[in-house]
Design a protein around this ligand. Structure first.
Ligand SMILES: NC(=O)c1ccc[n+]([C@@H]2O[C@H](COP(=O)([O-])OP(=O)(O)OC[C@H]3O[C@@H](n4cnc5c(N)ncnc54)[C@H](O)[C@@H]3O)[C@@H](O)[C@H]2O)c1
Length: 249
């Protein structure tokens, strides 16, 4: 896969998967802009690609436009958009029959509106380059009901799939591809409940045909494939990267 000279914007780049994807792209010579509400992580890869870091709220239209436009002006254009920002609030995201609907609104804003805003402001730059690729992170949780119930998260992740497909058909004529990754359970800061609990990790891994939880590198490898020219005829698909969980009936 050749990425030399390309430019990427990674929304949620301070998180587990976003950082792994950004670092993998930097290692391939891509210039990467990370955007996250968190402060700059210490472990951004040193090169050969360069990087920028934008700290702010991706539900804020002004912040998103400013960060994406600055990326394109700083690095001379934009080729890739990767949407990984998301929240899964185990304690507050419940059944719609009982949850606080302000929480519903916040989850939808972070998991869906941030994606709409990044796409809205990235597409004009991708068009200017003569094409590009987007990868958006949904979840296997988008495909059916789950227990414990997290209705806002599941509905938001289903919305990600639908919006990604719409973007795929709207901009295929501009040589812009839009695909979705559906991770299964993956060790990252989002799943800090598993961090120091080997028994819980083993129990969760017991549901995975490949016998282990996912890693952020598993997600980065799949993402780089979908961004690359090796995936040049793939657009509008959702790819489970879940060790086979969704292969079960
Ligand atoms: N880890 C898993 O098991 C898992 C499983 C399925 C899907 N996913 C999805 O994959 C994506 C990446 O997950 P992860 O495991 O790397 O999670 P993570 O929590 O490590 O990263 C998510 C990042 O989003 C950022 N973010 C949240 N709200 C923001 C906002 N308003 N503005 C800017 N940044 C904001 C967080 O600060 C965080 O750094 C998420 O969309 C998640 O829903 C994760």
């Amino acid at each position: 896969m050749s990425f030399s000279g390309k430019v990427a914007f990674v929304a949620g780049g301070g998180g587990g998967m976003g950082l792994a994807i950004g670092n993998a792209l930097i290692a391939h010579g891509v210039h990467v802009a990370f955007a996250d509400v968190k402060p700059t992580p210490m472990d951004i890869a040193p090169g050969p690609g360069n990087h920028l870091y934008f700290e702010g709220d991706l539900t804020d239209d002004g912040f998103v436009k400013g960060a994406i436009d600055s990326t394109a002006s700083g690095f001379g254009g934009l080729d890739y958009l990767i949407n990984t920002a998301g929240v899964l609030w185990f304690d507050r995201d419940k059944s719609v029959t009982e949850m606080d609907m302000d929480v519903w609104d916040q989850v939808m804003a972070i998991n869906v509106k941030s994606f709409a805003l990044t796409a809205r402001h990235a597409v004009p730059h991708l068009k200017r380059r003569g094409g590009g690729a987007m990868v958006h992170f949904s979840s296997i949780d988008a495909t059916g009901g789950d227990t414990p119930t997290q209705d806002a998260y599941g509905a938001s992740k289903a919305a990600v799939i639908r919006l990604a497909k719409s973007l795929a058909i709207q901009f295929a004529g501009d040589n812009i591809r839009s695909n979705v990754i559906l991770p299964g359970g993956t060790l990252s800061p989002m799943q800090e409940r598993w961090a120091d609990d080997k028994d819980a990790q083993d129990r969760a891994a017991g549901f995975v045909p490949l016998g282990r939880l996912g890693t952020t590198d598993d997600m980065a490898d799949a993402c780089l494939f979908l961004l690359s020219d090796a995936a040049r005829y793939i657009t509008g698909v959702e790819l489970p990267v879940d060790g086979g969980i969704t292969a079960h009936v």
